[in-house]
Design a protein around this ligand. Structure first.
Ligand code: UT7
Length: 350
C-alpha cells in the first residue's frame, strides 16, 4: 500500500498550514541543579544565573525519543480533534536508531496507517524546519494534514561528567498538527525564514558514531570507543545564536508584513535566558512578552519550541489574535523563524 500523491480539487494547492492542535510529553523524573552539583564542578547559582535553568526532565533508560514522540503526537491529535494525518515528521537529534528514521515507527504506534513518515535533522531548529516542510507539503497539495513532532532524549547524548553540556540539556517532546486552510485564517503559518552555516559544524557536534568517525570494530574490544557525546563551544555558539536569531526574527516579521512593534509574543528556542534577553533587546521586544520555560525543562533541542508553545498557551500567555514570532537556532549551525496569529479555541494537551 502507498499514498497516491495526486493533487485534486479537494487537495487545493497553495493552501496555508494552519495550526490546529498541540501536545506535550515530559518525563516524570525531575533533575534539580543541586542533584547535578553532587557530581559536577558547578553550582545551582551559576546554572540559574548563567543559563536560567532550575531543573530539567530526564527520561528513564527504557523510555526513548520515539516513545515520547508517540505520547506528544497522540495528545496533539486529541487537541486537534482528529484521528488521521497524511504525513508524520519527527524533528530530532537523538533518534531511536541511526537507521531507520523514528517517524515511521511513531506513525505506526499512533495507528496512522501507511502514511509518509520521516525524520528532520536540523538540531534545535528542527521543529521550525519540519513545520516549513509541512507547510510546503500542504501548499503543494501533497498533504492536507501533517503531524510535526519535536522529540529528544538529549540525556542519551550527554557526557554526565561534562559541565559544559550536562547542566544544559533535558528530555521531552512537543507536537503540532497542521491542516490545509486559507492564508488569512488565524493559526496559518506565515513564510519561514531559515538558513545554515556548515563552516561551524564542529561548534555543536557528536564526533563519533556517524560516517566521519565510525564506530570501532566490535570484534576488537581493545579499541577505544569514539566520543559519542555532544561537544559544544558554548561561548562561541552564544554569540552566533544572538546574531542569527535576531536577524531571522526580523526577517520573518518582515516576510509576514509585520512591524516588530506589532509582535505580541516572541517565542525563542530555550537554550539560555541571556541569549533570549539579548535577542529581545535587539528586536525591541519587552522581556514580559518573551515567554519562557527553560527554568523547568532546560534545553530540549528540537522539542523546545513545541513544548514552549504548549506551556505558554496552557498558562494563558498566548491569547487569540496575538501576533506570535517563533525563532530557533542550534547545531548545523542552523536557524529558522516564522510567525502566526494565535488562533481561538486551541487547547494544548499536556
Ligand atoms: O541549543 C543549541 C544552541 N545553544 C546555545 O545557544 C548555547 C549558547 N551558549 C550558552 O548557553 C553558554 O555559552 C553556556 C551556558 C554554554 C556557557 O556560559 P558562558 O557564560 O558562555 O560560560 P563560559 O564558557 O564563557 O565560562 C564563563 C565562566 C568560566 O570561568 P572563568 O574563566 O570566568 O573563571 C568557566 O570556567 O564560567 C565557568 N563555567 C562554569 N562554572 C560553573 C563554565 N561552565 C560552568 C559550569 N558551572 N557548568
Amino acid at each position: 500500500m502507498h499514498q497516491v500523491l495526486s493533487p485534486s480539487a479537494d487537495r487545493r494547492a497553495d493552501a496555508a498550514a494552519v495550526l490546529v492542535g498541540l501536545g506535550a510529553c515530559l518525563p516524570a523524573r525531575r533533575v534539580t541543579n543541586s542533584e547535578l552539583c553532587g557530581r559536577l564542578d558547578t553550582s545551582d547559582e551559576w546554572i540559574r544565573e548563567r543559563i536560567g535553568i532550575a531543573e530539567r526532565r530526564i527520561a528513564d533508560p527504557e523510555v526513548s525519543t520515539g516513545d515520547m514522540a508517540v505520547e506528544a503526537g497522540a495528545r496533539a491529535l486529541a487537541s486537534a480533534g482528529v484521528a488521521g494525518v497524511d504525513a508524520v515528521l519527527v524533528a530530532t537529534s537523538s533518534p531511536d536508531h541511526r537507521c531507520p528514521a523514528t517517524a515511521p515507527w511513531v506513525a505506526h504506534r499512533l495507528g496512522l496507517g501507511p502514511v509518509a513518515a520521516f525524520d528532520v535533522a536540523a538540531g534545535c531548529s528542527g521543529f521550525v524546519y519540519a513545520s516549513a516542510v509541512a507547510a510546503g507539503l500542504i501548499a503543494s497539495g501533497t498533504a492536507r494534514r501533517v503531524l510535526v513532532v519535536g522529540a529528544e532524549t538529549m540525556s542519551a547524548l550527554i557526557d554526565p561528567a561534562d559541565r559544559a553540556t550536562a547542566p544544559i540539556f533535558g528530555d521531552g517532546a512537543g507536537a503540532a498538527v497542521y491542516e490545509a486552510g486559507p492564508h488569512h485564517l488565524d493559526g496559518a503559518l506565515n513564510p519561514v525564514v531559515w538558513g545554515s552555516d556548515g563552516s561551524l559544524a564542529d561548534a555543536i557536534v557528536v564526533p563519533a558514531g556517524g560516517a566521519r568517525e565510525r564506530h570501532r570494530d566490535p570484534h576488537a574490544p581493545a579499541a577505544p570507543p569514539g566520543d559519542a557525546f555532544v561537544r559544544m563551544r558554548g561561548n562561541e555558539v552564544f554569540r552566533h545564536a544572538v546574531r542569527r536569531m535576531t536577524a531571522a526574527a526580523r526577517d520573518a516579521a518582515a516576510a509576514a508584513g509585520w512591524e516588530l512593534r506589532d509582535v505580541d509574543r516572541l517565542l525563542a528556542h530555550q537554550a539560555n535566558h541571556r541569549v533570549n534577553a539579548a535577542v529581545a533587546d535587539a528586536l525591541g521586544v519587552p522581556h514580559e512578552h518573551v515567554p519562557s520555560n527553560i527554568h523547568q525543562v532546560g534545553n530540549t533541542a528540537a522539542a523546545s519550541l513545541p513544548l514552549l508553545l504548549c506551556h505558554a498557551a496552557d498558562r494563558g500567555d498566548l491569547k487569540p489574535g496575538h501576533k506570535v514570532l517563533l525563532v530557533a537556532f542550534g547545531s548545523g549551525l542552523a536557524w529558522a523563524a516564522t510567525t502566526l496569529v494565535w488562533p481561538a479555541g486551541l487547547s494544548p494537551r499536556l
